[in-house]
Ligand binder design. Structure first.
Ligand code: OAD
Ligand code: ZN
Length: 255
């Protein structure tokens, strides 16, 4: 399970960190409370704060970091049953983890839909508008176009229900970089069998984590924690090679 804390090392602010988080940056804006930016009723009334945030998330601007590549390495080694992420930055995919292994529980920017008539918009049209500071509008009905990221109160993607088969059969649960504040995602951390070890790595402890006897809780910077785990596993060199190979691939002009 992953949250915004796995992407801060890629330069993407998380939501709830006191000074650097997106929600604290909203204090200067015309928003009644931070989560309103991701609520449909507020969005229909005032979509600007959402699109300002969306612009800052433009996919071309960010690269996966060592944490994403650690997860990719788990996949390469046949150890990743599934990666459940709350992130909509697409960096898990960009790291080379196939879509079949991913559950993007809060959706993604890969598609967008008109809030008026339900017509799909192309990713290209959507980004063209957002990057030009225009609010994207539907060609058919001029309704607001919203990327298919999950807003509060909206249903999660169908794939989220894979958790019903994945969690009861998991042998180890990693929970990385999340405040576990948003349901139903947060409760997945309780969905593994009680005998299954859970490893929680985050900057700080979180209230909703209910300790179990086989838990490992590693607090501090996630890059440090992941690098330490990788060292204990004896994978340091393998991970370094993977990062180098993939970084070169992403740096090529045709990528
Ligand atoms: P949060 O911002 O709530 O939590 C991120 C957690 O990661 C915090 O506890 C940070 O301390 C921690 N963190 C950040 N950088 C870190 C680092 N370098 N090392 C270690 N820990 C670090 O983000 P999420 O839990 O992902 O939903 O938020 C869940 C959902 O709330 C998001 O998907 C989004 C938001 O509203 C929607 O937009 C629907
Ligand atoms: Zn429309």
């Amino acid at each position: 399970m992953a949250g915004a804390g796995i992407s801060t090392a890629s330069g993407i602010p998380d939501f709830r960190s006191p000074e650097s988080g997106f929600y604290s940056s909203l204090q200067r804006c015309d928003v009644p409370y931070p989560e309103a930016v991701f609520e449909l009723s507020f969005f229909l009334d005032n979509p600007r704060p959402f699109f300002t945030w969306a612009k800052s998330m433009y996919p071309g601007n960010f690269r996966p970091n060592v944490i994403h590549y650690f997860l990719r390495l788990l996949h390469d080694r046949g150890l990743l049953q599934r990666l459940y992420t709350q992130n909509i930055d697409g960096l898990e995919r960009a790291s080379g983890i196939p879509g079949s292994k991913l559950v993007e529980a809060h959706g993604s920017f890969a598609s967008a839909t008109c809030t008026g008539c339900g017509k799909a918009s192309t990713e290209q049209d959507f980004w063209a508008a957002v990057m030009a500071d225009r609010v994207p509008r539907c060609a058919a009905c001029s309704g607001l176009v919203k990327p298919d990221v999950v807003f509060f109160g909206e249903a999660l993607p169908q794939r989220f229900f894979l958790h019903l088969v994945d969690f009861p059969t998991a042998e180890l649960l990693l929970v990385l970089g999340t405040s576990l504040k948003v349901e139903p995602f947060a409760s997945l951390s309780e969905a593994v069998r009680s005998s299954v070890p859970r490893v929680f790595m985050n900057r700080e402890a979180v209230d909703s984590w209910r300790p179990r006897s086989r838990d490992v809780v590693q607090l501090g910077d996630l890059v440090d924690s992941v690098e330490r785990l990788v060292e204990l596993l004896g994978w340091t060199e393998e991970l370094r090679d993977l990062v180098q190979r993939e970084t070169e691939k992403l740096s090529r002009p045709d990528s």
